[in-house]
Design a protein around this ligand. Structure first.
Ligand code: SIN
Ligand code: FE
Length: 287
C-alpha cells in the first residue's frame, strides 16, 4: 500500500533495483512515498505559505506550464510571477524525477497545482469533497482510458498531510459497477457540442465519473470499506496513480502537485490499468 523509496535527489541516475521496485509497486496500486525528498522553498517563497494567496473560489491554484497561465490566485504583478516560477520549478523537477525513475517514454506533463488552504476547513458539496474516498476522474477532460499520475510534495513548515487510501481498484469496481446506471448514448455527443467537455467522453470516462460520484455519495462505503490512514510529513513527497488508488485527503495545508497523463500502452503491465480492469469486468470495450 505504501512503498518507501529512500531517494534524496531530484535527479538520478537511480539504481536499477529501486526503479524496478518503483514501477511494480506503482502499477500495483501502491503509493510511492519519498520520506527523504523535500521540495525546498526559498526564504522569499515562504511568504506564499498563506491561504490568502488563493482567490478563495477554486480548490487549488493551477499553472499551465505550456502557456505560463496561472489560475485562481489572488496575487498580481511580481508576486504572481514569483509564485508561478515556484510552481514551475516544482513541476519541472517532478517531471525530471518521473522521467528518470520510471521507464515510460511519453509522459505528458499536465497541470501543476498549489494547495494553500487547510483541507480540514474546506466546505464543499459531497461530489467535490476530496475528504471522501474516491478515484480521480475529470468531468470536463475525457481521458479515454489514459492514466492520471500525480506527484505531491508537502511544503508546509510543519504538520503532515493526512490521507486515507482504500481497497484495491478491482474490489471497488466489482462492488460498484452493478450500481452504475446506463449512460444515455447522446449525452457525450451533446456535452462535446456544448463545450462542457473538451472532446467526447468515452464509456470509460462515463463509468469512472459514475464510480467517483457513487462512492462519494455512499455513506456506508465511506465509513465501513477497508481503508488505512497515511501521514505524509512536512518535507516529504509521494507519487500515485490517483485514477486507480482510492484516496481521501483529510487534513494538511500547503501541498504542491504535478499531474501527468500516460497512455496505457506505456505501462509495464497494462492489464492493471482501470480501463483494462473495467473492460474485463464489464465484458465490453470502453474506449
Ligand atoms: C485529491 O486528489 O483528492 C486531494 C489530494 C490532496 O490534495 O492531498
Ligand atoms: Fe483525488
Amino acid at each position: 500500500m505504501l512503498e518507501r523509496l529512500a531517494l534524496e535527489n531530484w535527479s538520478g541516475p537511480y539504481d536499477a533495483g529501486l526503479k524496478a521496485r518503483a514501477l511494480s509497486a506503482l502499477e500495483s496500486g501502491a503509493v510511492l512515498f519519498f520520506p527523504n525528498l523535500a521540495f525546498v522553498l526559498s526564504d522569499a517563497e515562504k511568504r506564499f505559505l498563506d491561504a490568502s494567496v488563493s482567490d478563495g473560489k477554486a480548490k487549488n491554484i493551477s499553472l499551465d506550464h505550456t502557456t505560463g497561465t496561472m489560475q485562481a490566485s489572488a496575487l498580481t504583478g511580481e508576486a504572481a510571477r514569483e509564485l508561478a516560477a515556484m510552481m514551475e520549478r516544482f513541476g519541472s523537477q517532478a517531471a525530471g524525477l518521473v522521467q528518470e525513475l520510471l521507464p515510460y517514454r511519453n509522459v505528458e506533463r499536465a497541470r501543476t497545482s498549489f494547495r494553500p488552504v487547510q483541507v480540514k476547513d474546506r466546505h464543499y458539496s459531497k461530489i467535490s469533497d476530496d475528504r471522501l474516498l474516491h478515484i480521480d476522474a475529470f468531468p470536463s477532460r475525457p481521458m479515454r482510458g489514459r492514466r492520471i499520475l500525480r506527484f505531491f510534495a508537502n511544503v508546509a513548515p510543519h504538520g503532515a498531510r493526512h490521507w486515507q487510501v482504500g481497497e484495491p481498484f478491482e474490489d471497488f469496481a466489482r462492488a460498484f459497477l452493478p450500481r452504475v446506471g446506463p449512460h444515455p448514448p447522446g449525452k457525450s455527443w451533446l456535452y462535446d457540442k456544448l463545450g462542457v467537455t473538451r472532446g467526447r467522453r468515452s464509456l470509460y470516462d462515463e463509468l469512472m465519473l459514475s464510480l467517483h460520484d457513487t462512492s462519494k455519495l455512499d455513506d456506508d462505503f465511506q465509513k465501513n470499506s477497508p481503508h488505512q490512514r497515511i501521514e505524509f510529513p512536512a518535507g516529504s513527497c509521494w507519487l500515485v496513480f490517483t485514477d486507480q488508488v482510492l484516496h481521501a485527503a483529510l487534513g494538511g495545508e500547503f501541498a504542491l502537485e504535478q499531474t501527468f497523463h500516460l497512455d496505457v500502452s506505456e505501462m509495464g503491465e497494462p492489464a492493471r490499468s482501470p480501463v483494462k480492469v473495467l473492460e474485463r469486468l464489464s465484458g465490453r470495450s470502453l474506449v
